[in-house]
Design a protein around this ligand. Structure first.
Ligand SMILES: [Zn+2]
Length: 241
């Protein structure tokens, strides 16, 4: 499995000097204080329940699925489907209906954006993550409206980034980044290794191919990846994905 091979290769490349040996931010005292509150107070117990609940979907995914879930840095991201133009059919009406970022998306409909005015979905094809065509920056043209990752251009020459918008707002901002925070919190408060393991898979993948491609080369990013991979490898025996 390429995921395992990559993890082992990364782990092997970590030097001892790069390894973190213990907690540095959440000290034993801080964690003990939090656990005491969970024992005593309903509101604190509710926070743990809520942290675990927000991780349920992540525990259902295998490590490979989770690894593949994170977009590579080359995958195009877009702040808007089409600045100033809106929807190919309903134009700027989408902004009046749904504000500056009006498109409706969900984890259950990957790489699809839904118009808040007419309810139609774009693109018409099922985007295949992470296909090489999306890295060419050559958008699709004409009918039907197809987006293989580099967007689609209408007959007037205007470009629309359906998939890129989904990748930025849904996959990164709503799924991957909050997942790291939720898993970390669930592990901190419950001590259950499965949360650390899943978090480590995401962190390792995210750091290995971070949003800023240049950052991947930095020592800091490399160190974070090493810590994540070590944790990931060490937890694999506990709860393989
Ligand atoms: Zn529309």
């Amino acid at each position: 499995m390429r995921f395992t091979v990559l993890l082992l290769a990364l782990a092997a490349s970590c030097t001892l000097a790069q390894a973190k040996t213990g907690r540095t931010y959440y000290t034993k005292e801080k964690v003990a204080g939090a656990l005491e509150k969970i024992e005593k107070y309903d509101w604190a117990r509710d926070q743990l329940t809520s942290a675990k609940a927000s991780c349920e979907w992540l525990l259902l995914m295998s490590d490979q699925e989770l690894w593949d879930f994170v977009p590579p840095p080359e995958a195009l991201r877009a702040l808007n489907v089409s600045f100033g133009r809106g929807c190919p059919v309903h134009g700027k009406e989408v902004f009046r209906e749904g504000g500056q970022y009006p498109w409706i998306m969900s984890r259950e409909r990957p790489f699809k954006v839904k118009c808040p005015v007419g309810g139609e979905e774009y693109p018409s094809n099922d985007y295949e993550p992470w296909n090489l065509e999306s890295l060419t920056d050559e958008p699709e043209r004409g009918q039907p409206i197809v987006d293989k990752g580099a967007g689609w251009v209408d007959q007037k020459g205007d470009r629309y980034f359906f998939v890129g918008y989904y990748i930025f707002w849904q996959r990164w901002q709503r799924d991957v980044l909050p997942a790291v925070r939720s898993l970390a919190q669930a592990y901190l408060l419950s001590g259950e290794p499965v949360y650390a393991h899943k978090c480590a898979v995401l962190m390792a993948r995210r750091t290995y191919s971070t949003i800023d491609g240049e950052e991947r080369q930095s020592d800091e990013a490399g160190e974070t990846a090493c810590v994540a991979v070590r944790l990931c490898v060490s937890q694999r025996g506990v709860r393989p994905g």
